[in-house]
Write a protein that binds this ligand. Structure first.
Ligand SMILES: NC(=O)c1ccc[n+]([C@@H]2O[C@H](COP(=O)([O-])OP(=O)(O)OC[C@H]3O[C@@H](n4cnc5c(N)ncnc54)[C@H](OP(=O)(O)O)[C@@H]3O)[C@@H](O)[C@H]2O)c1
Length: 413
């Protein structure tokens, strides 16, 4: 062939593991976008094999493919297939947050060892391209903190509750709209968000974080009247994932949290996701976009495939472990159902004061059987707050167990 002759490069062969909601949408999107991708990258992506429980053979798919895309879900056999693909020198893409949050180090280590790419944008925050931003755009930025709304289902439910729905009504609506699974427990318990925060924390702070290292709490126990009271303080409720450097260590958690309206995540409503990255160097960057959904997720997966075709980022560097910190400072919202009698507020504030809990604002509502003290504290070490609240709970004027919800103090203006 003369040097001037047009070069028709071989197609870029994609072995697809899984053909469910995401896999089928990915196959459709790939076909739609193949011309454009070929025009920009010189190679045409094609699906060379598909594996489901009833179709395809993994060994044959692996032998044929240039890249393996895993959208099966679950731990096994997804873990085994990804490891085998990388050991065979193939780049891989996965949307599997449970797998990455529980076996991430093994997968990253294998990718480094065999010098292949492991991309997983779709595993973290729906369509929000935060993995790439952390790995590439912010790779030279020392990150102090990440806050994320990384579960669209719970954000939708909390948005509905803010507009007056009960938890049960909001969950039913989320299921009707297809945002929540028939079994929504992974979402509403906070476990799905915890898995995503483990992956984000690993990327941002270079420390191995396993799903079991993430403290998390869900939204099932929330009361509509907490949202109403909080409105009086100018607060809105979100399920917030946090990963932050604290005293040379790292804390990773997911909790229902009140935000003041100036916080960049306060305006994220419905099934959207968003991530805020904070650093002294950049102040704050917020990325937001639609949460999960077959086609949206497929677009993140296809973006990863194109990134591999164009030589995108290598797996994260080997870990530099940071100590995991559990007892962190936070401001708290505190809801106390109390008997309506003199001296109650004084007794409560005395106990709180003895544990260094200082009150920022307080409202008293109702009379008799409906009397309530609702307050927001200044930031306090969580263990002090817990001990103080336990002691307050022992007063004979308490009519039910005190309720606490974290509050993020900062406002960005
Ligand atoms: N759905 C979303 O919006 C979304 C968003 C972000 C991330 N994700 C992630 O994407 C992945 C796929 O989710 P999905 O909603 O597309 O799941 P899905 O609809 O349940 O599809 C799973 C696919 O994988 C196949 N599969 C499962 N176990 C298998 C096994 N042992 N051997 C061979 N094939 C197997 C299934 O085969 P059969 O058809 O034979 O059952 C099915 O085709 C999960 O990791 C999920 O967390 C999903």
């Amino acid at each position: 062939m003369s040097p001037e002759a047009p070069i028709h490069e071989a197609p870029f062969k994609v072995g697809l593991l899984g053909f469910g909601t995401v896999g089928a949408a990915f196959a459709e999107l790939l076909q739609e976008r193949a011309d454009e991708i070929e025009r920009f990258n010189g190679r045409r992506p094609v699906i060379s094999g598909v594996l489901t429980r009833t179709r395809g053979d993994f060994e044959e798919i692996l032998a044929e493919a240039d890249i393996i895309v895993e959208v099966m879900g679950g731990i096994e056999p997804a873990r085994e297939y990804l490891l085998r693909a990388m050991r065979a020198g193939k780049d891989v893409v996965s949307a599997n947050k449970q797998l990455l949050s529980q076996h991430g180090e093994e997968l990253f280590e294998t990718a480094r060892e065999h010098d292949v790419r492991l991309r997983f944008e779709a595993a973290v925050a729906g369509t929000v391209p935060v993995v790439r931003v952390l790995e590439e755009s912010l790779s030279a930025t020392p990150i102090d903190r990440i806050h994320g709304i990384v579960n669209g289902t719970t954000n939708f439910i909390l948005t509905e509750m803010t507009h007056g729905s009960s938890y049960a009504e909001a969950l039913a609506e989320a299921q009707r709209k297809g945002y929540a699974e028939a079994d929504p427990s992974d979402d509403v318990s906070g476990r799905d968000a915890a898995a995503k925060m483990a992956i984000l924390a690993r990327l941002a702070f270079g420390t191995p974080v396993h799903l079991d290292d993430v403290r998390y709490e869900g939204i099932e126990h929330l009361h509509g009247d907490d949202l109403e009271y909080a409105r009086e303080f100018g607060l809105g409720l979100k399920l917030i994932g946090t990963a932050e450097r604290i005293d040379g260590g790292l804390s990773v958690s997911v909790y229902p949290t009140f935000l003041y309206s100036g916080h960049p995540l306060a305006a994220i409503s419905g099934s959207f996701n968003a991530v805020t990255v904070e650093s002294e160097t950049i102040t704050e960057i917020t990325l937001s976009g639609p949460g999960a959904g077959g086609r949206q997720t497929a677009s993140a997966v296809l973006g990863d495939v194109v990134s591999v075709m164009t030589g995108g980022a290598r797996p994260p560097a080997p870990p530099l472990p940071l100590r995991l910190v559990e007892d962190v400072q936070s401001a708290f919202y505190l809801h106390l159902d109390v008997a309506d009698r003199p001296g109650v507020l004084a007794s409560v504030t005395k106990v709180l004061g003895e544990h260094d809990v200082s009150i920022k604002s307080v409202v008293q509502r109702g009379m008799g059987e409906n009397a309530r003290l609702v307050m927001v504290t200044h930031p306090v070490v969580e263990s002090s707050l817990r001990t103080a609240v336990e002691r307050v709970g022992e007063f004979d004027f308490m009519r039910s167990t005190p309720r606490t919800i974290r509050v993020i103090e900062e406002e960005f203006v």
